[in-house]
Design a protein around this ligand. Structure first.
Ligand code: CU
Length: 65
């Protein structure tokens, strides 16, 4: 289980964008986002770097949590 804080994820549009980006980079992902906590939890075989880069490329700032 990977977990990131993404403070600049502020609305449901962001949630959708982050979810899509992660699933594109790591199609096996199960993504769970708590918007109020700015928390992104990902169950995947992919490594943290792949997921982190996908979030960054979508325009957000992931911090390992
Ligand atoms: Cu947003």
């Amino acid at each position: 289980m990977l977990q990131f804080k993404v403070e600049d994820m502020t609305c449901n549009h962001c949630v959708g964008a982050v979810t899509r980006a992660i699933k594109e980079a790591a199609p096996d992902s199960k993504v769970e986002i708590e918007l109020e906590q700015h928390t992104v939890r990902v169950q995947t075989q992919a490594d943290a770097r792949t997921v982190s880069e996908a979030i960054a490329q979508a325009g957000y700032t992931p911090v390992p949590d």
